[in-house]
Design a protein around this ligand. Sequence first.
Ligand code: ZN
Length: 320
Amino acid sequence: MVLSELAARLNCAEYKNWVKAGHCLLLLRGCLQGFVAREVVAFHRGLLAAAPNLGPRATCRSGSRCSPRARQFQPQCQVCAEWKEEILKHHTNRNGDVHWGNCRPGRWPVDAWEVAKAFMPRGLADKTGPEECDAVALLSLINSCDHFMIDRKKVTEVIRCRNEIMHSSEMKVSSLWLRDFQMKIQNFLNEFKNIPEIVAAYARIEQLLTSDWAVHIPAEDQLDGCEYETGVYLSESQVNEIEMELLKEKLQEIYLQAQEQDVLPEEILNRLEVVKEFLRNNEDLRNGLTEDIQKLDSLHLQHQKPSSKEPGAQTPEGKA
Ligand SMILES: [Zn+2]
């Protein structure tokens, strides 16, 4: 790792704020995972108690024909049709987007997590549990599933902040913004006063946001055991890990937007270009993200020549 590059990046207060905000999201994710895992099982159990015919003995009769795609799902059997109806009953966004494509409906009778994914954002089909999800996936579940008794405005405010972090083209946020974010996280976490691990995480988040967030660079500092224990200091490799994770999430978000083509291709290209430019100047981060960038580049190439991607398109090359 090139220490000078990290030091230069963190010299920019607004970039440091951005990384801090991202670190908060990671802490938030960490404290929600166990809670969500337990609640998803309880939710599934509750559904089966109310509708025993949907339980483990119910089997999808249509196999691959009961396969959702993106926001579309037309069940081909009675079991999946009833499950779909049951899920929608508990969906707070039932008239809007439901990302059925996340789910394998045939697993609904036996797998609580496959049900949970119907309440989450797109692109999570291959995630097998909350430990593989980012903060926004868990927040969306809490927001969209009526099993979670919570003031939904407090969840959507945190989701909005998360989106601002991820969509910040320059990867910078102001100190004012960060203070506002802290308040919103506090409001949200206060809804979980009886969940010890969430209460504990709040203390860490608060400490992080109100600290200078000095980074311990061994060559310059003496490690002070006492301060170290407060958890305010992070080693350079810890900071680097956080940056890497944030950038990966940002690139994944651009990828999903490009894939679903809900953002103009030029806009996608601009966003990607900003990240690439940033990485050109930061070799320590660039190496870990090569694959993610390549994935986006090849998707972009595909979109540039859509005709060759169409199945059965009668192009001269296709016949050759
Ligand atoms: Zn089915």
